[in-house]
Structure formats: structure tokens, C-alpha cells
Design a protein around this ligand. Sequence first.
Ligand SMILES: Cc1cc2nc3c(=O)[nH]c(=O)nc-3n(C[C@H](O)[C@H](O)[C@H](O)COP(=O)(O)OP(=O)(O)OC[C@H]3O[C@@H](n4cnc5c(N)ncnc54)[C@H](O)[C@@H]3O)c2cc1C
Ligand code: FES
Length: 265
Amino acid sequence: MPQETAKILYNAVVKNGYYKIGLTCDPAYENANAGQFVTLKITDRMEPLLRRPFSIHKLIKTEDVVTGLEILYRVVGGFTAQLSERKENETVDLLGPLGHGFSVPTNLARPVLVAGGIGVAPIVFLSERLGESGVSLSNVPVFLGGRSKSDILCKEDFSRQGLFMAISTDDGSYGKKGLVTELLETWLEDHTPDMIYACGPHGLLHAVAEIAKKNQIPCEVSIETLMACGLGVCMGCAVKTEDYSEGYRHICKDGPVFDASVLKF
Ligand SMILES: Cc1cc2nc3c(=O)[nH]c(=O)nc-3n(C[C@H](O)[C@H](O)[C@H](O)COP(=O)(O)OP(=O)(O)OC[C@H]3O[C@@H](n4cnc5c(N)ncnc54)[C@H](O)[C@@H]3O)c2cc1C
Ligand code: FES
């Protein structure tokens, strides 16, 4: 996995508190899986000391060759605030691609995507990869949930890719008022997908995993957690699982994407 000094191609506000940053990267990212992540460090700053993980949101291509990647991020604390102030042509230290992403089985026909808030970041890359693998995206629904209208992101991307969108917000300021899992459950009364993919807050992933189990649908979820090393060294990102004798696995090394049925939420 290459560690490199990446040049900032752009760093722009998407909407309140959300930004997208384009970075140059090694062409080897061509083989990255959706759900894999990178870690960043701001080159000329000591603080914060630890690298921060971010999902690959998109690959940037020039004449069919990968020359960069895009990260969609939300400003929540010190690192993301510093990142939002970085300008075009400045640099950050980029390490990746890391972890295990979503599987895209060859015989997949009817997947469904679920994203909560900033959890949409890897889901855009996933729908791109699903399309490349031959899945007809016009048959794929994406369920987008957020606290409020300003937390609903990437509608233009899904619309361009041809997916059907179902949207809910907690406060009813956009789409249906309520939880996105309620929309999913209603849709499942008339449809039988062959995979549910989800990324978002812990509570959402737990609820989606329960729905998948009840309906006997395979399900993969991407977990976001606090990470220290991001490389499987510090043991700081353990998650309880059913399938390992030790009873846990590491999100940074074994995940962040897991088969939902092995997780103990
Ligand atoms: C695999 C992975 C992929 C990620 N992808 C993205 C992405 O694509 N876009 C994006 O905006 N963020 C993503 N994150 C979260 C991102 O890493 C954190 O938001 C970032 O590290 C916060 O750094 P900070 O210094 O700005 O905030 P901090 O000062 O470290 O934290 C500010 C607040 O946010 C909370 N927080 C920090 N990290 C997380 C987290 N992972 N989950 C829940 N709460 C957290 C802290 O507890 C604290 O309350 C991802 C995390 C992981 C593990
Ligand atoms: S973050 Fe260090 S082991 Fe996962």
C-alpha cells in the first residue's frame, strides 16, 4: 500500500459542514474496492498526532487512468477543521488503500444500498463498482437517511448513475419523516434483494443487520469507529464478532466492511 505526498487538487464546501477534497494518488488505486479507506496526515502539522481514516468516495481519472481520489468529509473536530482550511496545490500525507471493502459477487443481480449521513461516502463508490461489474443500476434502490435536509448528500451522483432514491430525515425537513430503516422495511414487503449493503451510524447498521436477518438476506455493513494506528497494530478498534475464537476482530484490518451476521452489535 503506497504512502505518498498527495497534492490537493481541490477542497470545496459541498454544503453546511461537508466538504469534498480531491487528492492526487498512485494509479494502483484503480484496484481499490469500495469500502476501503485511506488515512491522512497534514504534512506540516504535528497535531493531531494520529492519522485520520476516510473512505474512498470516488476515483478521479484522466484518460482512463486513475490520477486521484475524492474524499467526502464532515468537519467534526480538530483534524477535519484543519483539513477544510487546506488549499489547492498544498499537500497531505496519504496512506492506502487500507482494510477490506464490500464484496461484489459476480452473480449479484438485485442489491440494495442504505446510507446514513456521511456514511454515504463509500456507497457512491460502491454503486460505481456495482455498475462496472454488470449490475443494472436502474434496478438498484438507495435508501438515504439523515438528521435533516442538510445531511442528505450525493443525490446528483445517484441520479447520474440511474439509481432509484428513497429519502428520509429525522425532522421531516426532506423526504419522509422518520428512520430510513422504516422505508427499507416497507420496500422489502414487495421486493427480495440478493444483498443489502449499508454504511452509517452504529444504530442504523444494527437495525439494518436485524432487518436482513429477519428477511434472510445477505448483508454487509461498513463500520466507522475511532482508530489510532489504522494498521492492525494498536488493538484500538476491536469489534465483537461471532466467528473468531478470540471473539473480536479489528475494524481497520479485518473491516471496515463485515458480513453483518458475524457482528455482535
Ligand atoms: C473506516 C473509516 C472511514 C471513514 N470515512 C469517513 C468519510 O468518508 N468521511 C468522514 O467525514 N469521516 C469518515 N470517517 C470518520 C473520520 O475518520 C472522523 O470524523 C475523523 O477522524 C475525525 O477527526 P477530527 O480530529 O476532526 O475529530 P475528533 O476531534 O477526533 O473527533 C470529534 C468528535 O467526533 C467523534 N468521532 C471521531 N471519529 C468518529 C468516528 N469514526 N465515528 C463516530 N464518531 C467519531 C469523536 O468521538 C468526537 O466526539 C471514517 C472513519 C473510519 C473508521
Ligand atoms: S486502529 Fe490500531 S488496530 Fe485498528
